[in-house]
Design a protein around this ligand. Structure first.
Ligand SMILES: [Zn+2]
Length: 299
């Protein structure tokens, strides 16, 4: 049987829907479940590709290319002997003591280092989830709302990080650990992050172990804007890294690891920047509900 795909599927692939469906079927057929077969390339599909590749590649990349080795493996005739295929041949003529010849072990998989596929999986890029599946029930805040609720952190802004000059607000700025790292931010925001990261450490320990930050408090304008004040100016937004890698803003792709913790952050009231018009997946910020709750505490 000849099975072909038009373009790459998986991490950084084009992920055309018919191609994704084909790859998902092939993976399922090999006992490496990609989750629901729906033509959407999400973290489950990329993880399944990585797990399949780990059977024969030292450095899985989470992508299936039209002419690549992974597709050849996926479409090769089944030889049995894979870790997931139960070996229960129904052979009524087999007699005790006489075994069929074992499959040659010439292409026995070389298991890669224990964490290699997982590390690659966390920073592998997938299309950003559709907006109706993230930030449910949360509202992003405008700079005007922030100024109204918390006051203006400083008189003027530019593209660089500048100190907070609002003396009232500054009394509530703390530097403290939130679990995987230390941050400087508004006290209730830091406390909320600590609670969210505690849950991440329990529910997504691999992502937790990979978490880093590119900063929280930073009084500046939104990147690319001449007027909009960034929520980092109040210390109520945080930029996250995975294994030291920042998600690139504006490419509508997001790191798989971020998709695994987004719902936990949402539960704690943190709005995910993946839904911004210019996708900013590294960025989480306190939602309108949190700001409203905190405003009376910081006056
Ligand atoms: Zn940010």
């Amino acid at each position: 049987m000849t099975v072909t795909i038009t373009a790459s599927v998986g991490a950084s692939g084009r992920n055309l829907r018919p191609d994704v469906t084909i790859v998902q079927r092939l993976l399922a057929d090999r006992g490496v479940s990609p989750g629901r077969i729906d033509g959407q390339c999400g973290p489950h599909t990329v993880n399944a590709i990585l797990r399949f590749q780990a059977q024969f590649l030292a450095h899985p990349d989470g992508r299936v290319d039209p002419q690549g080795a992974t597709l050849r493996r996926l479409t090769a005739p089944h030889t049995g002997g894979t870790a997931h295929a139960p070996q229960t041949p129904h052979n009524p003529t087999a007699r005790p003591g006489i075994r069929p010849p074992a499959a040659p072990a010439t292409h026995a998989p070389q298991p890669p280092a224990a964490h290699a596929p997982l590390d690659a999986a966390l920073t592998a890029l997938v299309p950003r989830p559709s907006r109706d599946t993230i930030n449910q029930g949360l509202t992003a805040v405008s700079p005007a709302f922030m100024v109204q609720e918390l006051g203006n952190p400083r008189e003027s802004y530019n593209a660089d990080c500048q100190p907070m000059t609002n003396a009232t607000l500054r009394r509530f700025v703390v530097s403290d650990s939130v679990g995987p790292f230390r941050v400087t931010g508004l006290r209730p925001a830091v406390e909320s992050l600590r609670a969210a990261f505690t849950q991440i450490s329990q529910d997504q320990p691999a992502v937790y172990a990979a978490l880093g930050t590119a900063g929280m408090l930073c009084c500046r304008l939104v990147r690319g804007s001449a007027t909009a004040i960034s929520n980092h100016s109040w210390g109520t937004a945080i930029d996250l890294k995975l294994n030291g890698v920042l998600d690139r803003r504006g490419d509508s792709q997001v790191q798989t690891g971020l998709t695994l913790i987004a719902s936990i952050m949402n539960t704690h009231g943190w709005y995910w920047g993946a839904a911004f018009r210019t996708e900013d997946a590294m960025h989480f910020e306190a939602s309108r509900a949190l700001i409203s709750r905190w405003a009376p505490l910081v006056r």
